[in-house]
Design a protein around this ligand. Structure first.
Ligand code: FAD
Ligand code: NAI
Length: 468
């Protein structure tokens, strides 16, 4: 006899585990099926959390080596012990994944270890790595199976020389050289980690800019800052071949538009060209659920697939592949199932790139507003003129606020600077309430804070910044 639940969720990443907890809070009997030995999905195990642990350590290392002496601190040349750094990262990951196990117990969420497959609407079979399959039945099923690194045809990732992000998070020593294919979020974040620790990093990007999708001005200034840190960029270039030995790779690179090929040698290669949704083995073909041209599961506004009672959330559906987007969708589905009006405002999902300086963004980019033919005003303020940034010695970057010229409603905001990822949220709240640049400009901000740059950029929308 199949064990009966109100809701069975396949996948315990930020989409799945948050959905489970919220549904349990609303009184539903919930089961989560997870094939990985630990909970938390990509985000906690091989994504957000371990990458931020390594970014944190490498940033402190870089600071100690480059900034301390200028502030009067002498502690000699810092040394990195990569094994200890990795142990620190593993401890951070373990604390987080154990946290999910605790939350499941606290909220009486039942977990099943194994791969989940939908054998029919309302029925999930769990196949453990050893042992007999277990059948579950449920009123509703949520697919929250996430995504995996996209592979580049012809470049087999062995996680030794040719790496995905997972291999690049686990290197046992600092490589002399690292070639990164793709100037997206992963390429720049993990490139930063190993660059700060001493690797020569070359980023090869197909397009003629880094970070497609981010505001162009932010991307341009960030590229300049990363160059200062020693990054080499090969934009408008494609990798057309590779030869690997046990210890290095030789990449053949050509201009994206065609032309003379050259060879780039590197000890390690990180392939970071995007991620693909995980739908294999879920039994979608058996129940007649097709994926779109990018392998994603189509859903309606309530995250329901075309099969009633089967929902999908997170990286496996359309939209930015971000943990907080998956979480919001998890909450929305749980609330819909709990009889509440769950919804997600997909126009206001913040994005943060944890480089140094950080880049953070919400709402429309300037490029999008131009494309929409919007009549907008720009307010900008440089961290160079912010007292706190000067005191920290971190003055690169700026805040840019885009507001409707007639109504003054904020349409987008983009920050490049220290703690940008924290500062973006006051603008997110403002935008959720359809606030204006003047609302932000008239809100008293404590001094001296980095957030004063946000207020000044809001003042600058009306041409009345005080400190510039
Ligand atoms: P996932 O987190 O991928 O979880 C899916 C889970 O489903 C996995 O545990 C998997 O084992 C399980 N699963 C899959 N198939 C089955 C099956 N058939 N049966 C049982 N279980 C199954 N996002 C951010 O917002 N901020 C960041 O800083 C950030 N950094 C990142 C850094 C890296 C290196 C990477 C790779 C990603 C990063 N992301 C970041 C993206 C973020 O990790 C994802 O957007 C997020 O994890 C998606 O959540 P999800 O719940 O949809 O899926
Ligand atoms: P990405 O989509 O951010 O960037 C991929 C880059 O590779 C693009 O610039 C693209 O033009 C380029 N590219 C594609 N094919 C190429 C080729 N053949 N040769 C050269 N360049 C090529 O993907 P990435 O960096 O792999 O990250 C995947 C996703 O993970 C992100 O989109 C993001 O959603 C998530 N993520 C989020 C983080 C955050 O929020 N801080 C951190 C890391 C990942």
């Amino acid at each position: 006899m199949a064990e009966q639940f109100d809701l069975v969720i396949i996948g315990s990443g930020p989409g799945g585990y948050v959905c489970a907890i919220r549904a349990a809070q609303l009184g539903l009997k919930v089961a989560v099926v997870e094939k990985n030995p630990t909970f938390g999905g990509t985000c906690l195990n091989i994504g957000c959390i371990p990458s931020k642990a390594l970014l944190h350590v490498s940033e402190r290392f870089h600071e100690a080596g480059h900034a301390f002496s200028g502030m009067g601190i002498s502690c000699g040349k810092p040394k990195i012990n990569v094994a200890d750094m990795q142990a620190y990262k593993d401890k951070v990951v373990e604390a987080n994944t154990k946290g999910i196990a605790f939350l499941f117990r606290k909220n009486k969420v039942t977990s099943f270890a194994g791969a989940g497959r939908i054998i029919a609407p309302g029925h999930v079979r769990v196949t453990p790595s050893d042992g007999a399959p277990v059948d579950l039945s449920a009123e509703a099923i949520v697919i929250a199976t996430g995504s995996d690194s996209a592979r580049l045809p012809g470049l087999e990732t062995d996680e030794k020389t040719i790496l995905t992000s997972t291999g690049a998070l686990a290197l046992p020593k600092v490589p002399k050289s690292l070639a990164v294919i793709g100037a997206g979020v992963i390429g720049l974040e993990l490139g930063s980690v190993w660059r700060r620790l001493g690797a020569e990093v070359t980023v090869i990007e197909y397009l003629d800019r880094i970070l497609p999708g981010m505001d162009g001005e932010i991307a341009k200034v960030l590229q300049r800052e990363l160059k200062k840190q020693g990054f080499t960029f090969r934009l408008g270039a494609k990798v057309t071949g590779v030869k690997t030995t046990r210890t290095a790779a030789a990449l053949t690179i050509e201009p994206a538009s065609g032309g003379k090929a050259e060879t780039l040698k590197a000890e390690k290669v990180l392939v970071a060209i995007g991620r693909t949704p995980c739908t294999q083995g879920l039994g979608l073909e058996d129940i007649g659920l097709e994926t779109d041209e990018r392998g994603r599961i189509p859903v309606d506004d309530g995250f329901e697939t075309k099969i009633p009672g089967i929902y999908a959330i997170g990286d496996v559906i359309a939209g930015p592949m971000l943990a907080h987007k998956a979480e919001e969708e998890g909450v929305a589905v749980a609330e819909i199932l709990g009889g509440l009006p769950g919804e997600v405002n997909h126009d206001l999902i913040p994005a943060v790139i944890y480089t140094s300086p950080e880049a953070a963004s919400i709402g429309k980019t300037e490029e999008q507003l131009k494309e929409d033919g919007a009549d907008y005003a720009v307010g900008k303020f440089n961290f160079m003129a912010n007292g706190r940034a000067k005191a920290m010695g971190e003055t690169a970057g700026f805040v840019k606020i885009l507001a409707d010229k007639t109504t003054d409603r904020v349409l987008g905001a983009h920050i490049l600077g220290p703690m940008a990822g924290e500062m973006i949220h006051e603008i997110a709240v403002l935008m959720e309430f359809s606030g204006s640049a003047e609302d932000l400009a008239r809100t008293c901000h404590a001094h001296p804070t980095l957030s004063e740059a946000v207020k000044e950029a809001a003042l600058a929308v009306a041409g009345r910044a005080i400190h510039s």
